[in-house]
Ligand binder design. Structure first.
Ligand SMILES: [Zn+2]
Length: 325
């Protein structure tokens, strides 16, 4: 067997998605606890589940897998990784790697995509009026004709378009846009974790120490502020990468050499990113491109994962893989 299944989770939740005009977890970034436990139970029974350290070792030794092999990873560092996912992973004794954005953790700050989601939930504005709202209009350009915010589906369309645009911006430009979107929606530009729904909470360093103390688990880097690494150059890029590794070393005692690119599509990293990651001791960095990981066509700095939750194709990948490909 040449291909292995590297799963990419973000969060696991006990809550149903928000209803009506509440956009919380509209894209199923946080998987329901029951579905997650079913998946882990099935995987642990029918597959060989290996850690990211074993993945590197096997990759370099060109090992052929005899049994379907799965690697479990979590991106970002949501609090429910500790409170909900960890006990389930421990129950089935499966290893997992948690890639964390250290700036959000140290500062207990909500991710910018989630901040945007809360802005669109909180706004009482009923429609985007282009002449009064030049920033939002510019971000959604001519792609969206329906400008009402009264329908949940349309709100989601507008929000997704803005997220997609801002994911391609330099962080300074992104923050500038976010502030102006907040002004145009007449809402706050930032929200505190304490006052927000639990699905928006991030891990604390204490929780990460407890995760790390179980040898099943590995902690890896995922930038400081979830900034797009391909949009940074020179000093800024070094700080985002080296800073996040230093944060892990300072708070957890050591760095594992594992890292994952924020967003992780082809346009979100490049050769300079990989060069700096290697310079600071990173041994492997998966992408978030949807697919099975394979040695012949991919390497340890671009291998594919299957995103569970947001990307609905994950169900068919899981089914096909578990039934033997
Ligand atoms: Zn991420």
């Amino acid at each position: 067997m040449k291909k292995i299944l590297v799963l990419l989770y973000h969060g696991v939740t006990n809550f149903k998605a928000g209803e009506n005009n509440n956009l919380r977890n509209y894209n199923a970034k946080h998987l329901s606890k029951t579905i997650f436990e079913d998946q882990i139970e099935q995987i642990s029974k029918s597959c060989n589940v290996i850690s990211t350290d074993e993945l590197i070792k096997n990759w370099q030794a060109k090992i052929e897998y005899k049994k379907p092999t799965v690697v479990i990873t979590f991106d970002d560092g949501f609090q429910n990784n500790f409170s909900i996912a960890k006990p389930i992973l421990e129950k089935y004794k499966v290893p997992a790697t948690f890639y964390i954005s250290t700036g959000n953790i140290t500062n207990q700050k909500i991710f910018w995509v989630d901040t945007l989601e809360i802005m669109f939930t909180d706004t009482v504005i009923k429609e985007i009026v282009p002449k009064n709202m030049p920033f939002i209009s510019d971000l959604i350009s001519k792609d969206i004709q329906n400008l009402t915010l009264e329908s949940r589906d349309n709100k989601i369309k507008i929000l997704d378009k803005i997220k997609q645009k801002l994911k391609l911006c330099h962080p300074k430009k992104r923050n500038f846009f976010l502030e102006n979107v907040a002004k145009e929606l007449e809402v706050e530009k930032s929200y505190s974790i304490k006052d927000s729904h639990q699905d928006y909470s991030v891990l604390s360093w204490d929780e990460l120490k407890k995760i790390k103390s179980n040898s099943l688990f590995t902690i890896g880097g995922h930038s400081r502020w979830h900034n797009i690494l391909s949009k940074l150059k020179g000093q800024e890029l070094e700080e985002e990468i080296y800073g996040s590794i230093k944060d892990i070393e300072n708070n957890l005692g050591s760095f594992s050499g594992h890292y994952a690119y924020p967003e992780g599509q082809a346009e979100h990293f490049n050769l300079e990113t990989i060069k700096i990651l290697k310079k600071y001791g990173v041994k492997a960095c998966p992408s978030a491109m949807q697919g099975l990981a394979e040695k012949n066509t991919q390497n340890l700095f671009n291998f594919k994962r299957v995103m569970v939750g947001i990307d609905q194709t994950s169900n068919s990948y899981l089914k096909k893989y578990l039934n033997g490909i």
